[in-house]
Design a protein around this ligand. Structure first.
Ligand SMILES: C[S@@+](CC[C@H](N)C(=O)[O-])C[C@H]1O[C@@H](n2cnc3c(N)ncnc32)[C@H](O)[C@@H]1O
Length: 293
């Protein structure tokens, strides 16, 4: 084996091209030529773990090995950015809880509210949604028994989902959270805090690659989808694919909330841009309106 650096095997041109195409098709991330060294360095760890001889062998492992699903999750974990914290982008959360949720509570007769945090990383986003809903329903005098609240948190990486399911967090996760919400946590004994059971029970976690249509089939119809700071790393083609799936998964008049620097410009014209007091959000038009136009 030839080494490019101390412990990093050399990546041939054809290996780089084939691996980056494979990664792009798998999870939407595209490594430009100038990111080749990053890819080489990160994947070399997996080559060492499996004691493989080359990047070509690693690609074959990803494609054909009986354990390829586990390896794909490891790969996603190596390549993605998992930064997140409670109450991130609070003005948008304000729009959600003060404007979107009350509108849905009046409109929906089935008394089921489904919210999806797509690309939830270690779970701070879906637990934030759970705390907001728990408190808002309490304040409105709408008991949790009157409405069924279903929150789905999903991610491509199994590792982050493991952290999310445990629900134990250190200080950095709380950096934007108001003290008011601390009663939703208990000491976990290691200087960290764990979300209380009532909040943890409101969220179900699932391993979903947003580019995998077959996995999407299991997702129920959603009233609100949060997909923040996830597709920002994709090119337009991959973004379109994900947004089309979200459109299919949203209920009539359902809302799509993207990160603050993200928009559907050049991606989709199927949604309406709704100007709320606290934020601008996307809404799926009612199917009646779509048919009439
Ligand atoms: C920066 S975090 C965002 C977490 C949270 N939404 C927030 O805004 O704080 C991005 C997450 O998206 C996930 N992700 C990236 N590509 C994905 C894909 N194709 N399918 C599902 N999740 C993906 C990553 O694993 C990562 O945990």
């Amino acid at each position: 084996m030839i080494f490019a650096d101390e412990n990093i095997p050399l990546m041939e041109d054809s290996e780089f091209e084939d691996l980056r195409d494979f990664i792009y098709e798998y999870c939407g991330l595209f490594f430009e030529d100038d990111k080749r060294y990053i890819l080489q360095k990160r994947l070399s760890r997996r080559i060492a773990v499996h004691q493989l001889q080359s990047f070509r062998d690693y690609l074959l492992y990803l494609q054909f090995d009986p354990n390829k699903e586990e390896e794909l999750s490891e790969l996603a974990d190596l390549l993605t950015i998992n930064e997140t914290y409670f109450f991130r982008e609070d003005y948008q959360l304000k729009a959600f809880i003060d404007e979107i949720v009350p509108e849905i509570l009046v409109r929906k007769k089935d008394k089921v509210l489904r919210v999806w945090s797509a690309g939830c990383s270690t779970g701070e986003e879906p637990y934030t949604i759970a705390m907001l809903l728990h408190r808002a329903l309490d304040n409105m005098g709408v008991g949790m028994d009157k409405w069924r609240i279903e929150i789905l948190g999903s991610d491509i990486s199994q590792r982050v989902l493991g952290v999310a399911r445990r629900g134990v967090y250190g200080d950095t996760s709380f950096r934007a959270m108001n003290e008011d919400y601390m009663p939703y946590f208990e000491e976990s004994g290691d200087g960290k805090k764990r979300a209380v059971e009532e909040i943890r029970q409101m969220v179900t976690f699932s391993n979903i690659n947003l580019l995998d249509k077959t996995k999407m089939e299991f997702v129920k119809s959603m009233d609100v989808i949060f997909c923040r700071n996830v597709i920002i790393y994709f090119d337009n083609k991959a973004k379109r694919k994900v947004i089309e799936s979200f459109y299919d998964k949203l209920s009539d008049k359902g809302y799509l909330l993207l990160g603050h620097s993200e928009s559907l410009m050049n991606i989709s014209a199927a949604f309406e841009l709704k100007h709320l007091k606290n934020d601008m959000v996307y809404q799926r038009p009612s199917s009646k309106d779509v048919k009439a136009s």
